[in-house]
Design a protein around this ligand. Structure first.
Ligand code: HPA
Length: 276
């Protein structure tokens, strides 16, 4: 399936109609698995179920809610997506990135995007947070493949600073002042839903990956094309296959995400406080 400009416009208009007067978001946040608790920090929120937004996909993943909140965090207006779309659910990459183009039409300058990921770097431990410095996408396809819509940017675009260096600095500054341990590294995108094999993880490690996950990259590519700056943060919920002898379970991934939720929420809140 592929979208037309009017689909994004209808979605953006439906959201605009529900936003409080004078609401002026500095950022949108897309929450990853098990990190949904962050939404409890939003004050004065208006909640818009995804089912009320035309053309919006419906999330099916474990622990994802499926609603957009508009409210205030750290004194700043933000939009918060609880529930995102994954390729492994059967969506096309353009569908997983639909919210991002809607954000462009709502003039949102910054996207903070979070996920659960498996740790490949041997210095990482479950519960660590990692700022994404860059990504590797070996899966074929692109979320911005297909008819070129010039209002969302150039057909061929630079990805050399996909993860905004200033936002990464802000994340490190926030972590340092909150006494939070923060890693930085390269995120490898795998489509899932199966976790990787140990041989795949060894290959990703040789290619320079520090963490692996099944989300984020389609949204980031779409955001970069249309000029939204991106901060990506991974919660390392487990060590990737074969890094330790332990088997990976979806429940453990969600549980470690939950345990890390407070540190993660403080980090994201601290960055939001610093945004102009
Ligand atoms: N692999 C892929 N995705 C993940 C993992 C993993 O080990 N952990 C959490 N999301």
């Amino acid at each position: 399936m592929s979208f037309e400009l009017k689909d994004y416009q209808e979605a953006a208009q439906a959201v605009r109609n529900r936003l409080p007067d004078g609401f002026s978001p500095v950022a949108a946040v897309i929450l990853g698995s098990g990190l949904g608790g962050f939404s409890s920090r939003v004050e004065g929120a208006v909640t818009i179920p995804y089912t009320d937004i035309p053309h919006f996909p419906i999330t099916t993943a474990l622990s994802h809610k499926g609603e957009l909140m508009a409210g205030c965090i750290a004194g700043q207006d933000v939009l918060l997506f609880s529930g995102r779309f994954h390729f492994y659910e059967g969506y096309g990459m353009d569908e997983t990135a639909f919210p991002v183009r809607m954000l462009r039409l709502l003039d949102i300058p910054t996207l903070i995007i979070t996920n659960a990921a498996g740790g490949i770097c041997p210095d990482f431990s479950p519960g660590d947070l990692m700022v994404i410095r860059d990504h590797i996408k070996l899966a074929e396809g692109s979320p911005v493949r297909g008819a070129h819509l010039p209002c969302f940017g150039e057909r061929f675009f630079d990805m050399s600073q996909a993860y905004d260096p200033d936002l990464r600095k802000m994340a490190h500054k926030t972590a340092a002042s909150a006494g939070l341990h923060l890693q930085e590294g390269v995120y490898a995108y795998m489509t899932g839903p199966q976790y990787e094999t140990p041989a795949e993880i060894r290959a990703l490690s040789l290619l320079g990956a520090d963490a692996v996950g099944m989300s984020t990259v389609p949204e980031v590519i779409t955001a970069v094309q249309c000029g939204i700056r991106v901060l990506g943060i991974s919660c390392i919920t487990n060590m990737a296959a074969g890094v330790t002898a332990q088997r990976i379970s979806g429940e453990d991934v969600v549980e470690v995400g939950r345990r890390t939720a407070d540190a993660f929420a403080s980090l994201v809140e601290g960055v939001i406080r610093l945004l102009k």
